[in-house]
Design a protein around this ligand. Sequence first.
Ligand code: GDG
Length: 472
Amino acid sequence: MAKTIIVSNRLPISLRHRNGRFEFKPSAGGLATGLGSIYKTGENIWIGWPGNTVDDPEQRAEIILELHELKMAPVFLSKEDVEQFYEGFSNECLWPAFHYFTQYMIYNPEHWEAYVRVNQKFCEAILKRADPDDTIWVHDYQLLLLPQMLREVLPNATIAFFQHIPFPSYEILRMIPWRKQLLEGVCGADLIGFHTYDDMRHFLSAVNRITGLSNESGYLQAENRIINVDSFPMGIDYDKFAKQAKSRKTQNIVKEFKGQMIDQKLIITIDRLDYSKGIPQRLQAFNQLLKDHKELHGKVSMIMIVVPSRDKVQSYKELKEEIDLLVGRMNSDYSTLNWVPVHYFYRSFPFEELSAFYSMSDIALVTPLRDGMNLVCKEFVASKTDQSGVLILSEMAGASKELQDAVLVNPNDQQGVVDAIYEALQMKPAEQKARISSMQESLKKYDIFQWVKVFMDRIEHVKEKQEELTSK
Ligand code: GDG
């Protein structure tokens, strides 16, 4: 029987090196949970990089065995691969280009060669395990070349691709010297998915202008195949967040945390360290609010969690310094003995504590300059089980297309963000309730499990359509 293979750059595990041995902890992230029902079934498997470089053949063998138990198979990357493929081409060329940060793009042919080489490594790892009729679902921008590489060897396989980050307009994509190869690579798939309609539209227009393929109602006609392109906005594990927020454990943490911040309104912000998330701009808006509204001093604080990420890439190092400086300045300007405006944490928290932060906060300030979807805003809404709270959301996040009951802002409009925070602080409970409950309804319906189902059903549909066409 044909099986399904999930492929992503990172496997859904964290790997720790302890006492000369590796320890694995399965990831509890949304995607891993959603895809659990797929890769943990039957012969199905998840293939990807375990996240550490391992050179010792004995250790590699040990890791292969242990991952096998978890229904995963590793692709081992060398230190050079990580530097040139992951930190280099993926994160210093594609990531900035796709998020419209062209000033950070680095066009390095060695990085490009490494990108081709590592996509090839993934291809070989998959070919060792794939049968000709399998379904292979490839994830994200690190593996854009993989669908076509697989197609050449497995012409009858069903190949799908989903991109988790935005897809830029043609004018940006064309800046990349290897744009044609990238598009031809991804067009090896039968189904190509994006979070939003706009990403899909940008992709179709770039494909048309660069490769000449034209689309009809979301179908591209390739030489002897059709390729379906569509948007599939990703959801969260809604029940998990709602349940955790109500749990005794989380409510005890809320009591403890809140006890230290009596009579203060709390604004939560949570992001990976990334320039696309607009962290300095958000701090500047909060600074402006405190400057304009002295009456809010001592009455409102921001809890800012920044999760360390890509700290070897120069632009990320600089961003960290900028944030440190801004927070330092704000706190030294405004703090009193019993009030600190920004509680800044450069680390990640266990799930129960994350849930407590969501649950106890009055406002979530989610203002990326560009974001494929953004799950933090959805998790905040799901965690507000008493239906209080206000979500302030950037128009540049994919999620804003669904969460129209948020207070929507343009993150580049500092005064607009200041006004939105002020409005949120004054918002009446009845209005908060109306907005939160309406967003909860849609997030509940279209959760991560539904997202996986809709995508997998579409793969099936495209496969049938393909067969119909070839039998004609
Ligand atoms: C990419 C795209 C797209 C954060 N801090 C902690 C913690 N987190 C978890 C959140 C959330 C996740 O990290 C962050 O997800 P986002 O979607 O906000 O952002 P990216 O990492 O940039 O993800 C994005 C996503 O892919 C999915 O397609 O939405 O646009 O850029 O789930 O909860 N989790 C824990 N402790 C923390 O301190 N446990």
